[in-house]
Each structure stands twice: as structure tokens, then as C-alpha cells.
Design a binder for this molecule. Structure first.
Ligand code: DGI
Ligand code: FE
Ligand code: FE
Ligand code: FE
Length: 187
């Protein structure tokens, strides 16, 4: 498996400046949340560093890659979703990352999913609230992140679904399942 330093060097080569800065923000935020919620900091750091590695990969290449492992249901999706499941596949194969908890956190970082592990939640929330993010509601999301991971996830999912509805964009079933799960859990 790659060391954290090796992972950084690969990520630096793959990502443009802005996305690299975002990744630094996600790394710092993920480590902070991991400490706060007693999640493995090293796993959080590794997942954060590589989470967007495939963000600018070719859409067709990612679809084909996912289809080779039988994941054909991504065919209608764009790179904004594909980079997460494909990224998990890619870092396993190309970087030798074998830790399934880390791979799962990368896989679910965009859509979320029902019943995420604490590590998945840390990455999902860190991606949403890292310091370079500046959308309406981000301060609220940062506050919720200090309260509980479930609350922060539900807020992020609700906000994302509202945003997608306002654009008349499709909503991935995993996002809906995650929203339903954390809504029912909070009742
Ligand atoms: O890769 P990042 O920009 O750091 O963040 P991300 O992986 O969370 O991707 C965010 C983008 O993905 C944003 O444009 C919203 C979009 N997105 C999140 N959930 C869904 C979604 N798009 C669709 N179509 N469906 C979803 O469920
Ligand atoms: Fe991403
Ligand atoms: Fe995200
Ligand atoms: Fe990201």
C-alpha cells in the first residue's frame, strides 16, 4: 500500500491547484473530525487525500471501468458521481490501498448511503464543510458537524437534494436512501 507521502505526490500530479487546495482542506477537516469522534485518524487522512483523485478522469473510461466489475447502474451518471465509485476501484488497483473501510469511504463520499460507518461520515461531512467551501448554509453545516455526524450528514443530504431539485437534476438513489435513513434515525 502507498504511504501518505506517496499518495500526496500522486494526488498533486493529478489535480489542478484549486482541487488540490480543496483536498488539503478535506484532509485537515477529516483529521479534526476523526479526533473529535474517535475515528481512526490515519484512515481518515488516507481516504481524504485520495477522495477526489479521479475527479477529472474521462467519464466513459470510468463507466467502462465500473462495468468491468459488474457495476452497470452508473451508466446514466456524470463524472460528478462517477469519480467516487471509480476512485475507490482505481486507488485499490493503482495505489494498492486494500483497507475496505477506506475504500468504502471514498466510494460513498459524493452520494452518501444509508447506514454509513463513522469513517464514511467523517469523509462525507469533511468534503462538504472544508474551509474552501462557500455555499449558503455551509456555516450551519459546520456547526452541525460539532454536534453529531448523523445531524451533519442529514443536513448535507437535505441541502444537496434541495440544490439538485432547484437545478432539476436527477438524484441518485443512494442519496435518497441516505436521506431517508438519517431522517428516520433522527426521529
Ligand atoms: O468532488 P467534490 O466537488 O469535492 O464533491 P462531491 O464529490 O461531493 O461532488 C459534489 C457534486 O456532486 C455536486 O455538484 C453535487 C453532486 N451530487 C451530489 N449528490 C448527487 C449529485 N448529483 C446528482 N446528480 N445526484 C446526486 O445524488
Ligand atoms: Fe468528490
Ligand atoms: Fe461531497
Ligand atoms: Fe471533494
Amino acid at each position: 500500500t502507498v504511504t501518505l507521502t506517496e499518495a500526496w505526490n500522486i494526488v498533486r500530479r493529478h489535480l489542478p491547484e484549486k482541487r488540490f487546495k480543496h483536498t488539503v482542506g478535506v484532509r485537515d477537516t477529516a483529521i479534526r473530525l476523526a479526533k473529535h469522534y474517535y475515528v481512526d485518524e490515519k484512515k481518515a487522512e488516507l481516504a481524504a487525500i485520495v477522495h477526489d483523485l479521479c475527479k477529472y478522469f474521462d467519464t466513459d473510461e470510468m463507466k467502462q471501468g465500473l462495468a468491468t466489475v459488474g457495476e452497470n447502474h452508473w451508466a446514466a451518471c456524470g463524472s460528478e458521481l462517477l469519480h467516487a465509485p471509480y476512485g475507490a476501484m482505481y486507488v485499490e488497483k493503482e495505489l494498492g490501498i486494500k483497507d475496505n473501510e477506506v475504500l468504502q469511504a471514498i466510494r460513498s463520499h459524493t452520494t452518501g448511503r444509508a447506514a454509513m460507518s463513522p469513517l464514511e461520515q467523517v469523509i462525507f461531512v469533511a468534503d462538504y464543510i472544508e474551509p474552501n467551501r462557500s455555499f449558503v448554509g455551509v456555516d450551519q453545516a459546520r456547526k452541525y458537524a460539532t454536534v453529531s455526524l448523523d445531524t451533519a450528514c442529514l443536513f448535507s443530504l437535505t441541502n444537496t437534494i434541495q440544490y439538485l431539485l432547484s437545478k432539476r437534476s436527477p438524484i441518485h438513489p443512494y442519496t435518497v436512501e441516505a436521506y431517508n435513513y438519517y431522517t428516520l434515525k433522527g426521529e
